[in-house]
Design a binder for this molecule. Structure first.
Ligand SMILES: C[S@@+](CC[C@H](N)C(=O)[O-])C[C@H]1O[C@@H](n2cnc3c(N)ncnc32)[C@H](O)[C@@H]1O
Length: 224
């Protein structure tokens, strides 16, 4: 790896960039791709189909991460009906396995995907639990460390009001979580409530990104 520049990371299915921000804070130059326009995305962005962009440009990056749509894997899908995008998760895992760059894929707990690492807001002092699982490229020599997972002692407000937040409750980040409690709980202040409801907290990906950077640097990086 060329150490005179920040390594480049491709974030597929980036939406407004919750995951991207954590990888950026860890030290990557991040480029995002989403099939929909993302006016609030804070980094270099391309509107395209994720798998098409990966096939054409994946080789320009040092690492690749992806958050395929999760509607068909949530418990809500049994009530709302399938969205029809569930196949993208398997297709993305297959495409990533077939290319040489290291990768990490994120999804909801209900997704049929390996859970190499499960992260929770309580591990990072956030006021939302929001469990998400991550499948990590099996070619990497080490899995990211899993932080201590405190017992969920604090009640969660599904009303998501400032009053509940001021009373010390955690907040459930769903629907349109609104412009105040959502950002305060997620560590995100640049997107709408609807975008935030689909995001993961940057703290999760900053943690994973720091590990990925160490692995990219290699064991000899600190040698004299
Ligand atoms: C769960 S959101 C990602 C949230 C993001 N990881 C974050 O932390 O903010 C999934 C995104 O996938 C996008 N998407 C769906 N199908 C796509 C496709 N074929 N190619 C690229 N993006 C797609 C949706 O527009 C949506 O923005």
């Amino acid at each position: 790896m060329n150490t005179t520049r920040r390594p480049r990371l491709l974030d597929l299915y980036c939406k407004a960039g919750g995951a991207s921000m954590g990888y950026h804070l860890a030290g990557f130059d991040v480029v995002g791709v989403d099939i929909e326009a993302q006016p609030n995305y804070p980094f270099e962005f391309y509107q395209d189909d994720a798998l098409n962009y990966l096939a054409l440009h994946g080789h320009h990056f040092d690492a690749i991460v992806a958050s395929p749509p999760c509607h068909d894997h949530t418990t809500l899908s049994s009530r709302a009906g399938v969205n029809g995008s569930g196949w993208l998760l398997d297709a993305t895992l297959e495409a990533l396995a077939a290319q040489p760059r290291p990768w990490i894929v994120e999804n909801v707990m209900g997704a049929r995907m390996r859970a190499d690492v499960v992260l929770c807001g309580s591990m990072f002092g956030l006021r939302t639990y929001r469990h998400r699982k991550f499948a990590v490229d099996p070619r990497l020599p080490w899995l990211p460390p899993v932080p201590w997972h405190p017992v969920h002692r604090v009640r969660t407000s599904t009303k998501k009001t400032r009053k509940d937040f001021a009373a010390g409750m955690h907040i459930s980040i769903t629907g349109d979580v609104g412009a105040w409690t959502g950002p305060a709980c997620m560590g995100i202040d640049w997107m709408t409530g609807k975008e935030l409801a689909q995001a993961i907290p940057p703290a999760y990906t900053q943690h994973l990104g720091a590990h990925l950077l160490d692995l990219l640097a290699g064991p000899e990086a600190g040698a004299a």
